[in-house]
Each structure stands twice: as structure tokens, then as C-alpha cells.
Design a protein around this ligand. Structure first.
Ligand code: 3PG
Length: 305
């Protein structure tokens, strides 16, 4: 019987675990569950004899891959796979996959939810502002960016997008204005929603040059990764602009140094864009199906290494 380890320091909703189990049971695969582990040694032990692994933001390091003697496939149940050591996977004949699009709506809803919250002064009871008529810039028009645009249209926002990898005509067809340069997005839009992955090119790429270009009451919404922000320059923007706001579902490392700007930022206690039962079910079940399809039929769709 093939064994599938679900290793989640931040667990899936119970309904998602039940659905994953259902899918695996049907294929005669065994579910091994490791949730809320506090020490990596628990992960290293649990992965030893399994054939497949499903994780969320859990770090699948070289050490983890090498501790897994039978591992054939690792699934990042989600979009960003910067937590997987792809070289180690490849070197050990382990296929790595993500589940793109499965948790995107949840992330997009949180981005808009946080925008409403900051526009209303974090619900402090005083007069705030509305999103209708305001300009929203979507930085990377992928799965999440598209959902953000769709929801923002309902709010009556004017939407712009920058994505060098997406055909401009396709963006225009959706009623969104594509821009040629990233600087133009930042200088045009009061709200910027970030959806770029964290990689060698994007890490620390959002800094003073872009943020200082934002119009009055510029608000950066980050449901991507904290690593894409240049934090020294973020602090400089806060120091120089008393109208700037930053909201994110992943607190920056410099969070404590921002205390004096209270009310101008908001960070969720844990990365929680994808923390809905629906997103957990979608991504978890897709991951379980991808494992079965790979092991039984050799299907490598969604392979990222
Ligand atoms: C993703 O890349 O899919 C999101 O950041 C979700 O991450 P999580 O599974 O750790 O919530």
C-alpha cells in the first residue's frame, strides 16, 4: 500500500483532511498525517518511509528529501513553491508539483478584505474612504491577480495590470488597462496588489523607487511573499511618507520597527491568504489526485522541477 504523508505545520481545515483521505482510500493509498509539528525532527522521521508528500508552506529541504527513502513525488498544495528545494528533489528523482489556481480565490478575497479594512481605518469608527473609483494596480496577472480584478470590478475600482508574461490584448479584453512598465503601475495606482512569486529576480524588488512613486494615500497590499519586499527601503518609505500604508498576510521581519506607524499597517498573525476550508479542500484534493495520477499513470502535469 502506497503511503502519502500530509505534513502541515499549519494544518488544513478538518473537512479538507477528510476529503484527502477519501480520495486516497478510494485508490487504496494510506494517509499519514503530521500536523502542527514543532520540531523538524518530527518531519524527518515521518517522511522516512512514505511514497508521496503533501505540504503547504512547510520547508522541504535537502535534509527532508534525503531522509525520505521511498519518496517519488512532493506536492506543494498551493501556488508558490519557493519552500521546496527543487535541486534536491531532482537529484533524488523526486517529482515536485504545485496545485496552481486551487487557492487563488481565497487569497484574492483576503486582499480585497484587507483593502476595505485599511480604507476604513482598521474599523476605528472614524470616517474612512471607499474603494469605488480608486485605481488598483495588479502586479502580476496570474491566477490570484485575475480573481482580485474580478472582485475589484464589483467594488467599482479602475483596474490596471502589469505582467510582461501575459498578452496585453487578453488583459484589455477583461476590461483592465495593461501597462508597459512596472513604474507606470506604481505611479498610476493608489492601491497596488502584489502577486509576483519569490525567486532570485523578484526578492527585494519592491522598494523605495517603486513605492515612493505611488499617488497620495498609496497602499501596498502583499498577499505574495515577504521576501519580495526590500524592508530597509520599506522603512524609509514609512519614514518619508505619512500617507503610505502597507497591508499583508505575512508580516515583514521589521514589523517591530514599524510600531510608531500604528494604524498605517496591518499584518495577519500567520500567512492566511489560503486559509479557508474551500481553498484547503481544492488544493489538498488536487494534490492527492495528482499523486495518484503520477504514480499510476506517470502524469507529470504541474511538475515544477
Ligand atoms: C500559496 O503559495 O499557495 C500561498 O501562499 C498559500 O500558502 P499556505 O498553504 O502556507 O497557506
Amino acid at each position: 500500500m502506497k503511503k502519502v504523508l500530509v505534513a502541515t505545520e499549519k494544518p488544513f481545515a478538518p473537512a479538507a483532511v477528510a476529503k484527502i483521505k477519501e480520495v486516497l482510500d478510494k485508490a487504496n493509498y494510506e494517509l499519514v498525517l503530521l500536523e502542527k509539528y514543532t520540531d523538524n525532527s518530527e518531519f524527518l522521521k515521518a517522511v522516512e518511509n512514505v511514497d508521496a508528500l503533501i505540504v503547504r508552506s512547510d520547508k522541504v529541504t535537502k535534509e527532508v528529501v534525503e531522509a525520505a527513502n521511498n519518496l517519488k513525488i512532493v506536492i506543494r498544495a498551493g501556488a508558490g513553491y519557493d519552500n521546496l528545494d527543487l535541486d534536491a528533489c531532482t537529484a533524488n528523482n523526486v517529482v515536485a508539483m504545485n496545485t496552481p489556481g486551487q487557492n487563488s480565490n481565497a487569497v484574492a478575497e483576503l486582499a480585497l478584505g484587507m483593502m476595505v479594512m485599511i480604507a476604513r481605518g482598521n474599523y476605528n469608527g472614524k470616517a474612512g474612504a471607499e474603494l469605488r473609483g480608486k485605481k488598483l494596480g495588479i502586479h502580476a496577472y496570474g491566477n490570484v491577480g485575475k480573481y482580485v480584478a474580478e472582485i475589484a470590478k464589483g467594488f467599482g475600482m479602475e483596474i490596471y495590470a502589469f505582467d510582461p508574461f501575459v498578452d496585453k490584448e487578453a488583459i484589455k479584453k477583461e476590461g483592465i488597462t495593461p501597462v508597459d512598465k512596472v513604474e507606470e503601475l506604481y505611479s498610476t495606482c493608489q492601491y497596488i496588489s502584489l502577486h509576483i512569486p519569490a525567486n532570485d529576480k523578484t526578492k527585494k524588488s519592491i522598494g523605495f523607487d517603486l513605492l515612493s512613486k505611488m499617488p497620495k494615500n498609496g497602499t501596498l497590499v502583499n498577499t505574495a511573499r515577504k521576501e519580495v519586499i526590500n524592508e530597509d527601503e520599506l522603512k524609509k518609505v514609512f519614514a518619508e511618507r505619512d500617507d503610505f500604508k502597507y497591508i499583508s498576510d505575512i508580516a515583514p521581519d521589521c514589523k517591530d520597527e514599524l510600531a510608531e506607524f500604528e494604524g498605517k499597517f496591518f499584518f495577519t498573525p500567520k500567512k492566511m491568504g489560503a486559509q479557508t476550508a474551500e481553498a484547503n479542500i481544492n488544493a489538498g484534493v488536487a494534490g492527492a489526485n495528482q499523486i495518484i495520477d503520477f504514480i499510476e499513470n506517470g502524469n507529470t502535469a504541474f511538475k515544477v522541477n
